[in-house]
Ligand binder design. Structure first.
Ligand SMILES: [Zn+2]
Length: 552
């Protein structure tokens, strides 16, 4: 509902830049950089830039023809940027009904119907997160419940654990599933007493349904990206570092759509995109060099050193504490990482290496060190994404090699329930150590890894400052020795993210001559209890002088 309202406003909002007269933002309190006290009350924007910072009377005198925009007493921050998110996946999520906690099968169908209203007739209605244990009958649902809501449109919803799909009759028809369809190895078709499929497909049998879902069309991709970016603007984000490069299908499908949208001036926020380190066309990208198309920049390469800690895929130097003999695995062998990094440095591309485990972080640092010695790039700013488990000995190497630690503050509070089991106490003390990394001289950039985590930067700032989950637990924070100051937490999403995307001279702070990217909040994040940070309201998001979001 909130999104729909936001979209309406965005469509109605006038485009403020281009040949338009300057815009005078009045009735605000300008916070020029992270940690600064509110100073000026007015800003003037023209040609996508900030051209004046000061008092309203002076602004009116200097720019008599300017159009007025009321900041409603809000605090005007430099535009917030998320250094690491996934727009494509966020767009998909926004078109998938969230069924978590739904109290009945009918309630699930209702939620799916709501979401599907904004979709074209040909699109499937999708849902995720149903759990029949929460329903009165505590039994698997039946296709008939979905058929009431979707007599024609195929509908399919995955169970909360991912191990079952619930489909309607139209989806089963599209999949060619009938009474005669045999069970699949490693899966099961749940059947009614008469042998007909009931609509629930377990494990491998679920593929019968999901394989029938049509691949997204260009229009689907365009719509999803647009929604994802507008949703980002609604939480105050003016730019996203898109980490989806190296996701199967991204380079061939979504990236070209993003490029077309950028060329047509259709991006509501800025995107700093990655290409895949294993993309067969990587050498082509390297030959052409970094690309800037309006609000889209392509000059980074994403690759994975290892997997994730929760599933014991993170590469560790020693065994998992809860799985002796297992040290996880490398997704990209270290020698291959070095080879790709060297090519990046030669071509002026910025490598982003996903590294969770201490062995993966060390291998990434080794790759950067070796490539820097060989190529001696001028200003490469290589990044490590996540930098989650880093030995104390490796911490100073970030500063020495100029490696950016691209961190996700909410990971600490999302993982705190099980990280100790995986790592044991010794390694835990070396993990999610944002403050220690900063004190060792590392430059930090803040991100969320949305949609795995919330895309709301205020949640990230809150987690960085308090090390508490959104519900405030644990009370004094999880390993509060790693708390960041409020100034440093805000810097993650402003100056830190700007530096991590080579933009620190044009973004990250408010000053004349800089890009007119602004995030207006209803409060000063330096004031009041930290528990209130996530409750701040976004009043206005401005990108390149255009209103990308206007709050209620
Ligand atoms: Zn990611």
């Amino acid at each position: 509902v909130k999104l729909a309202a936001a979209l309406t406003v965005v469509f109605l909002a006038a485009r403020l830049s281009g040949g338009a007269p300057p815009v005078l933002i009045r009735n605000g309190r300008v916070i020029a950089r992270a940690g600064a006290r509110p100073a000026a009350e007015a800003l003037v924007l023209a040609g996508g830039k900030i051209v004046f910072v000061g008092s309203e009377p002076e602004a009116r005198r200097k720019f008599p023809g300017a159009r007025l925009l009321d900041a409603r007493g809000g605090f005007i921050y430099p535009g917030f940027a998320d250094a690491h998110g996934h727009l494509w996946e966020l767009g998909q999520n926004l078109e998938t009904a969230d069924l978590k906690g739904a109290p009945s099968a009918r309630a699930c169908a209702e939620r799916m119907l709501q979401i599907s209203r904004s979709l074209p007739a040909t699109a499937w209605a999708l849902g995720f997160g149903w759990d029949q244990n929460l329903w009165p009958e505590r039994a698997f649902p039946d296709a008939a419940t979905l058929d009431v809501a979707f007599p024609e449109r195929p509908a399919a919803a995955r169970r909360i654990d991912g191990h079952a799909v619930w489909a309607n009759s139209a989806a089963m028809r599209a999949a060619g599933v009938t009474k005669a369809t045999p069970d699949v190895a490693g899966g099961k078709i749940v059947r009614r007493p008469d042998g007909t499929p009931s609509g629930v497909f377990l494990d491998n049998a679920a593929d019968l349904i999901t394989a029938a879902e049509p691949a997204p069309t260009e229009a689907d991709m365009h719509r999803r990206l647009q929604r994802a970016m507008e949703t980002c603007a609604s939480v105050g984000l003016t730019e996203v570092g898109d980490a989806s490069g190296d996701t199967p299908g991204y380079d061939e499908t979504y990236l070209p759509v993003l490029r077309r949208m950028a060329r047509a001036g259709e991006l509501p926020i800025r995107v700093y995109a990655t290409v895949g380190g294993h993309d067969p066309r990587l050498d082509q990208y390297f030959r052409k060099g970094p690309v800037t198309l309006g609000r889209l920049q392509i000059r980074a390469v994403k690759l994975y050193a290892d997997g994730a800690l929760g599933s014991r895929g993170a590469a560790l130097l020693e065994d998992y504490a809860d799985d002796p003999g297992n040290r996880g695995f490398f997704v990209t062998p270290p020698a291959k990482m070095r080879e790709i990094v060297e090519k990046c440095f030669r071509a002026g591309f910025q490598p982003w290496i996903h590294a969770i485990g201490d062995a993966a972080n060390r291998a990434a640092l080794d790759a950067y060190e070796a490539a820097e010695e060989m190529i001696q790039p001028k200003d490469a700013r290589p990044r490590i994404e996540h930098a989650q488990v880093v030995t104390i000995g490796d911490r100073p190497r970030f500063a020495k090699l100029g490696v950016i630690a691209s961190i996700q503050p909410t990971f600490a509070t999302s993982d705190m329930g099980w990280a100790l089991a995986r790592l044991g106490p010794g390694r835990l003390a070396e993990s999610y150590a944002w403050r220690s990394l900063e004190r060792a001289g590392a430059r930090l950039a803040g991100g969320s890894d949305f949609p795995i985590e919330s895309h709301d930067p205020l949640r990230g700032i809150f987690a960085a400052v308090t090390r508490e989950a959104p519900d405030g637990s644990p009370r004094e924070g999880w390993r509060p020795v790693e708390d960041l100051s409020r100034r440093d937490a805000i810097a993650l999403y402003t100056t830190g993210a700007a530096y991590a995307m080579f933009q620190e001279t044009v973004r990250g702070e408010i000053a004349t001559g800089r890009d007119a990217d602004l995030t207006v909040l209803d409060r000063d994040l330096m004031d009041g209890p930290a528990s209130e940070i996530p409750n701040a309201k976004v009043l206005l998001t401005i990108v390149g002088g255009d209103v990308a979001f206007l709050g209620p």
